[in-house]
Design a protein around this ligand. Structure first.
Ligand code: G4F
Length: 342
């Protein structure tokens, strides 16, 4: 009987980790997931798989070499997916050292421990469209990187030093996905899309009066996370390690997202005022959206829109969910969830 392939996923409890684990288990892999101890329920997104014998969860941390060593020695992976990171761009301005420790040094620790266990291991590193920073869209693999946050700086340094660097210096198989924003009902609530769908669902049900946002005019290329993890896997099945942009090629503003979610929930919305005084108003002149300086970043990536031609042609990957479908999926999931609490 053919032996099952073994995958090791860091960040398994996050949005992408949970979708990727499901995808790989369906493909017949044995999956080892590395998770950090947190005070919140770490199994929130993976509880349906928690009893699956193909999934083994181990405590560990990209900041702790011995934990990586132990888990990797047990897993002996054919493929490693590094999805663990301090992923909140806004918070990275407040915790730059921690960001560098995890998103830069952590990547090197993981790679060096993984190749000790299996020299031929194939490694996926989660790079990010934030690395393009101020470079104008559309952005692809040949665009200039111009990061503006500690998060993007650390990711770019990891990309240069450990993805390209180790690939060229030591011939390791390390691929990287330059993923544009990807969302789902499993997205953390501090990211703007989920913050909007949770808040509007609660407003619709009378559980909340209003919520605050930062820059309404920032533009992002938003796709569906479950669709994006398939590209990660495809990258590790190529003959050679390479870098790929994964994106829909269509960008929308935060304002567009709010409007689309209101449309989906049948909440009439009009914008009034300007800049920090701008508000979103509904029936009866009730303010449901306000602007708070707190949610502006010290430096902002104004517009991201990816050109995923290379992923389409070389990986056969394509975006499968439109912006409207994504907003609908997220608003409906939150509405259903909060209806249960009534
Ligand atoms: O949802 P966001 O926090 O995502 P951001 O910063 O684009 O980063 C996400 O996507 C990256 C891929 O490109 C990942 F690498 C990264 O780890 C993360 O997953 O913010 C999106 C936009 C920003 O321009 C932000 O300034 O929304 C703007 N925004 C406006 N009001 C807000 C808010 N963002 C947040 N989080 N909260 C607000 O209230």
């Amino acid at each position: 009987m053919k032996e099952k392939k073994r995958a090791f996923i860091t960040g398994i409890t996050g949005q992408d980790g949970s979708y990727l684990a499901e995808y790989l288990i369906k493909k017949g892999y044995d999956v080892w997931g590395l998770m950090r101890r947190t005070s919140l329920d770490p199994l929130m997104r993976i509880h349906t798989m928690a009893d699956d014998r193909s999934l083994k969860l181990r405590y560990g941390n990209l900041r702790d070499t011995s934990s990586l060593q132990r888990a990797l020695e047990e897993a002996k992976p054919d493929e490693v997916y590094n999805l663990a990171a301090l992923s909140d761009v806004g918070i990275s301005f407040k915790c730059p050292e921690e960001t560098m420790e995890v998103n830069y040094y952590g990547v090197s620790r993981l790679i060096l421990e993984a190749v000790k266990v299996n020299k031929k291991v194939r490694i996926y590193q989660a790079s990010t469209s934030e690395m393009f920073g101020t470079t104008k869209p559309p952005q692809n693999e040949r665009s200039i990187f111009a990061p503006v946050s500690p998060y993007a700086e650390a990711k770019l340094m990891a990309y240069r030093d450990f993805v390209k660097g180790y690939r060229e210096q030591y011939g390791y198989f390390i691929a990287s996905g330059i993923l544009f924003n990807h969302e789902s009902p499993r997205r953390g609530e501090h990211f703007v899309t989920r913050k909007i769908t949770v808040s509007l669902a609660k407003i619709k049900l009378g559980l909340q009066k209003s919520f605050s946002l930062g820059n309404l005019d920032a533009r992002r290329d938003w796709g569906y996370a479950s669709n994006y993890v398939t590209a990660m896997h495809a990258m590790l099945q190529q003959k050679k390690p390479d870098d790929f942009v994964v994106a829909t090629g269509i960008s929308h503003s935060v304002r567009d997202f709010v409007e689309e979610a209101c449309k989906e929930l049948d909440i009439p919305l009009t914008w009034k005022g300007k800049s920090l005084k701008e508000v979103g108003v509904t029936k009866g002149n009730k303010t449901i959206v306000t602007i708070d300086k707190e949610f502006y970043r010290p430096a902002e990536v104004r517009a991201l829109c990816g050109d995923a031609t290379k992923a389409r042609t070389e990986l056969g990957w394509k975006p499968k969910v439109t912006f409207e479908e994504l907003v609908r999926m997220m608003t409906r999931a939150d509405l259903e969830h909060y209806k249960k609490s009534l």
